[in-house]
Design a binder for this molecule. Structure first.
Ligand code: SF4
Ligand code: SF4
Length: 212
């Protein structure tokens, strides 16, 4: 038995024991991402609950990966979904085709389609990664920004707000900027309260469990 080799091996083990770990406790700890990181999509609403999407199909035309399908339909006084003449009757993004380039977001005249800073999208089937309106559209209570009914030119009051949603490098803050983010963080044992303050889209943490 080579005793020297055993001690050399143990010295290597003990040497690494006290160094800073290269690994993190994912998913409970998430690494900071780049600012303006492009993650999963959301379709936004106005604060009155109206859908921002007007079914114009510009995002579909701009998409270099042919990942978006929009089929517009006419709003009627009895069945109004958006402030415009049209709304997206069908809206789908194939997240497997998507290259997260952000062209759809750039093309959108109403800041409806947004790439959020959320990055966890793994699933077991291809179909589950085709996001339709049921997965993309935020609930009515998470709508933000004044609808353009009364505004000159019919432009949303907060056009350009999307950049602010994404200009964070903190994963938790990025998650809180999306409506499903709270559920995900809560499932990781953390408690948050959605409190958009002063027009901020980011929902501030109320308290954190687990000694954070
Ligand atoms: S991020 Fe780019 S590839 Fe993905 S849906 Fe939008 S335009 Fe298409
Ligand atoms: S998301 Fe924007 S660009 Fe795409 S159809 Fe709706 S309004 Fe038009």
């Amino acid at each position: 038995m080579n005793i020297i080799a055993i001690f050399k091996g143990l010295a290597t083990t003990f040497g690494y024991m006290f160094r800073r770990k290269a690994t993190i406790d994912y998913p409970f700890v998430k690494r900071a991402h780049a600012s303006r990181f492009h993650g999963l999509h959301e379709l936004r609403r106005y604060e009155d609950g109206m859908e921002r999407c007007i079914g114009c199909e510009l995002c579909q035309i701009a998409c270099p990966a042919n990942a978006i399908t929009v089929i517009g339909a006419e709003n009627t006084p009895e069945d109004r979904h958006s402030p415009g003449e049209r709304y997206a009757f069908r809206y789908e993004i194939d997240e497997l085709r998507c290259i997260f380039c952000g062209m759809c977001e750039e093309a959108c005249p109403t800041d409806a389609i947004t790439l959020t800073p959320r990055f966890e999208m793994a699933n077991y089937t291809r179909n589950s990664l085709i996001y339709d309106k049921s997965k993309l559209l935020v609930p009515a209570e998470y709508g933000v920004g004044e609808a353009p009914h009364e505004r000159p030119g019919g432009l949303p009051a907060d056009l350009g707000e999307v950049a602010r949603i994404k200009s964070t490098m903190e994963p938790e803050r990025g998650y809180l900027a999306t409506w499903r983010g709270i559920d995900i963080l809560t499932s990781e044992g953390k408690t948050y309260m959605p409190t958009p303050a002063g027009g901020e889209l980011v929902r501030e943490p109320e308290k954190l469990k687990g000694g954070e």
